[in-house]
Write a protein that binds this ligand. Structure first.
Ligand SMILES: [Cu+2]
Length: 487
């Protein structure tokens, strides 16, 4: 078990690295089907994960859209097995295939090691053609018109006994449409307010609305997020030192919970939370003076605070020093958090918080900007070679410390602890950022390619935590190329 998991992690990192490499070696890397992009695409387009499709209009019929699975033959722990490819079954040995009554099921069989194989489901009198050579594939489909639990297996003599058998579970009744009406709650990392410039201190009004809504956590999975302004993280706020920040906190009338806001940029009881405990349908106002420059987390501080934070209630406020920050070409807003669902990572359907896991810090999901795929499939970061990039990075948490790293890049400057009044440290591989804190990172992107944002506690990449920085432009072989040094 341990070995298999370890291999799965290695394999997916290799895939990502291979993706980055293929990307870097190609001019036309938007068109190059790099492995990481494919892996991501498999997640986003896997019809099993979301049979209704992301683009589908609510209420539209998807009865005839097949629920597709890809199985690859292979060896695991010395046994002959099927290995799931893509979506919720990715990397799983003899994965359970979950469908609903009445759905058309399509199974793609890929020969992964060269022996002859097929897939048979007796109860539906359904079978694939045999695949006889490595790389060969076949496809078959059937309508799952009987609810129940059935075996799928390889009918080549001896193979079923050798391990090639899994379960097809047909749930009674149609699949709930719950995930197709889930909102996109992910925050676009390019949503950074413009620099303040050189103006005098003034009163700045900030409007925050706390909104509880069903959002897409992953393809085929939803979660009832609690948010500031409907996105995760909440809006990035930008003021200057000496400004007076007048915050109006409105709690939407549809809310179930009381919410509030605690600004780490503020000095005073609860960072403002003492004055902003807000009932549904009500509004509170708190005003504070931004005394110290820096990049600060804000979050809901209504008990249980960890529950409100994990559900999406956090954001960043930048208090610029007088005169602002040095100009850069691109600024991005990225926040990390973790989620403690009752069902394991990758489960389909509506996910619920598990309070015991939350208080014992056993996270299922690790997320950049609110959801799996937020910074890969939905909103990858983009820049051009030669541009300078600044990332405002914060950890909502509520519990895990991040070692933020961009694979294939070195941070030219890191403002440790997000202190903007201390000199930044230079030439740094990773920034350690604890929960409820932040950092500012700057670097120049020198070479085109796809760079991967991670927390270098890389097991978390297996639980949703990854982002892309896509750098388009002419390649520069001086900095890196495949093969030996050139004369
Ligand atoms: Cu709250």
């Amino acid at each position: 078990m341990f070995l298999r998991k370890g291999l799965a992690i290695c394999a997916s990192l290799l895939l990502m690295a291979a993706g980055a490499k293929a990307e870097a070696m190609s001019h036309d890397h938007e068109g190059a089907p790099a492995a990481a992009a494919q892996a991501q695409k498999a997640r986003t387009s896997d019809p099993h994960a979301d049979p209704h499709g992301d683009a589908a209009a609510p209420g539209q019929s998807h009865l005839y859209t097949p629920v597709a699975f890809t199985l690859r033959s292979g060896i695991a722990d010395g046994r002959m097995v099927y290995i799931g490819v893509g979506g919720a079954i990715d990397g799983k040995v003899n994965p359970q295939l979950n469908v609903h009554e009445g759905e058309t099921v399509q199974i793609n069989l890929v020969n992964g090691e060269g022996a002859e194989h097929d897939v048979v489901v007796d109860q539906y009198a359904a079978r694939s053609d045999r695949v006889v050579a490595k790389g060969a594939s076949s496809v078959f489909s059937f309508v799952a018109d009987k609810a129940g639990e059935f075996a799928y297996y390889c009918s080549v003599p001896g193979h079923r006994a050798a391990g090639m058998e899994g379960r097809l579970v047909v749930a009674a009744g149609p699949r709930s449409k719950e995930t197709s009406d889930a909102a996109d709650i992910t925050r676009d990392p390019s949503e950074v307010p413009p620099p303040i410039g050189t103006r005098q201190p003034q009163v700045v009004r900030v409007d925050l609305e706390t909104v509880e809504l069903k959002g897409r956590l992953d393809n085929g999975a939803s979660y009832t997020y609690w948010t500031f302004n409907g996105k995760v993280p909440g809006p990035m706020l930008r003021v200057r030192v000496g400004d007076t920040v007048e915050t109006h906190l409105k709690n939407a009338s549809e809310s179930v919970m009381v919410h509030s806001v605690d600004f780490h940029a503020a000095t005073g009881p609860g960072g403002g939370a003492a004055f902003t405990q807000t009932e549904p349908g009500k509004e509170t106002v708190v005003t504070f003076k931004a005394l110290a420059p820096g990049l600060y987390v804000y979050h809901c501080a209504t008990p249980s605070v960890a529950h409100h934070i994990t559900s999406g209630m956090y954001g960043l406020i930048l208090v610029e020093p007088e005169g602002g920050l040095p100009q850069v070409d691109r600024e991005f807003y990225v926040m990390q958090s973790e989620l403690y669902t009752a069902k394991p990572f990758g489960s389909i359907g509506e996910q619920e918080l598990d309070y015991d896991k939350l208080i014992s810090e056993k996270a299922e999901y690790f997320l950049f900007n609110g959801a799996v795929g937020a910074l890969t499939a939905t909103h990858p970061l983009r820049a051009r070679p030669g541009e300078t990039v600044r990332i405002y990075f914060g950890v909502g948490g509520p519990n895990y410390t991040s070692t933020f790293h961009v694979i294939g890049e070195i941070f030219d400057r890191v403002y440790q602890g997000a202190s903007l009044t201390s000199p930044p440290i230079t030439n740094v591989q990773g920034a350690t950022v604890g929960p409820g804190t932040a950092t500012v990172l700057e670097f120049k992107v020198d070479r085109p390619g796809r760079y991967i944002l991670v927390d270098h506690a890389l097991s978390r990449a297996e639980r949703g935590l990854a982002g892309f920085l896509i750098v388009d432009g002419p390649k520069d072989d001086e900095l890196m190329h495949a093969g030996p040094a050139r004369k």
